[in-house]
Write a protein that binds this ligand. Structure first.
Ligand SMILES: Nc1ncnc2c1ncn2[C@@H]1O[C@H](COP(=O)(O)OP(=O)(O)OP(=O)(O)O)[C@@H](O)[C@H]1O
Ligand SMILES: [Mg+2]
Length: 285
């Protein structure tokens, strides 16, 4: 079992995550069971990220991380800051999203200015992320990390696309993070809407010219996400993250299984919205 060894710093954001050094020598952004958003966001993060990786999308490796009572007692910062009080983080099994490299060496960006987005080598992956976000009804805008790829740093993650042959000259890569609001956060339902799941900038969808542009991910959704895969992934979730309500998990998996065929229709409703997210859509198919 992966264990947290040292607290590094608090991260920004509603889940009040913490950066921690863990027993495998890597750094993880850890979200705790008693985060202010919802207990189930830990399920959403683990299940959602593993599903995204199955679709061939660029994700960070994710894991269940044990944080001991002793470490929490010894680290004053390991607490949730509520409006009028502070509560220590819960000990036990938490969700960890691996920092892509040593945080002292790699600078990450939550956003890039529009003109820099064209310098992202895997910008086309945003189309695949939209397939994923429509399928899982992510009720938060899509969030990613950007970083400058150094040829010496080993930043490839399982599920990540291999680098383009001949070493692409484009300096940035993006990785999808924060699947906490997939399945509508703690609700585990799917209030679909045309603009849901879209990234804030249309520029990331410039490679979309028709439904075919989503083809590779739609195909994987159809062929790689089987009942068995879903059950296997669910089996890796600590039961305390879903308050031992496995029936609720089964219902969630059933809906995910069923919704796979609805994704093209959900993409079309985004396409027809007043936001016009796909400026280069040329074919009607
Ligand atoms: N694997 C990771 N490696 C590096 N940084 C990360 C990783 N995962 C999350 N972060 C960073 O930690 C911060 C919080 O992450 P995240 O967005 O997942 O949490 P959140 O609390 O849901 O935030 P919000 O509610 O504001 O969207 C962000 O600044 C994000 O860039
Ligand atoms: Mg976030």
């Amino acid at each position: 079992m992966l264990r947290a060894i040292e607290h590094i710093r608090r991260m920004r954001g509603g889940a009040q995550a913490h950066l921690m050094r863990c027993s495998d020598g890597n750094y993880y952004v850890v979200k705790f069971q008693n985060n202010p958003q919802h207990l189930r966001i830990l399920v959403n993060e683990l299940l959602g990220t593993r599903l995204a990786s199955r679709l061939g999308l660029p994700t960070t490796p994710v894991a269940v991380v044990e944080v001991s009572r002793e470490l929490i007692q010894l680290t004053e910062e390991l607490c949730m800051e509520l409006a009028r009080s502070r509560t220590p983080c819960t000990a036990g099994l938490q969700f960890g999203s691996r920092y892509p490299d040593d945080p002292r060496r790699l600078v990450l960006h939550d956003f890039l200015p529009d003109e820099k987005l064209r310098e992202v080598a895997n910008l086309h992956d945003f189309a695949g992320m939209l397939v994923f976000d429509k399928w899982t009804c992510n009720t938060n805008g899509r969030q990613t990390l950007f970083f400058e790829e150094k040829s010496s740093a080993s930043t490839a993650a399982p599920g990540d696309h291999p680098r383009a042959p001949g070493n692409s000259p484009l300096p940035y890569r993006t990785l999808m993070i924060d699947q906490g609001f997939c399945f509508n956060a703690g609700e585990w339902n799917f209030p679909d809407a045309p603009l849901r799941g879209l990234y804030a900038r249309n520029r990331v969808y410039e490679s979309v010219t028709g439904m075919e542009s989503f083809g590779p991910w739609l195909e994987r959704l159809e062929h790689r996400i089987t009942e068995r895969v879903l059950a296997e992934l669910a089996g890796e979730i600590p039961p305390e993250w879903y308050a031992d309500d496995y029936d609720a998990v089964l219902r969630l998996l059933e809906q995910l299984q069923r919704r796979r065929t609805r994704v093209p229709e959900l993409l079309l409703s985004a396409k027809s919205s007043s936001r016009q997210p796909f400026p280069y859509w040329v074919r009607d198919s």
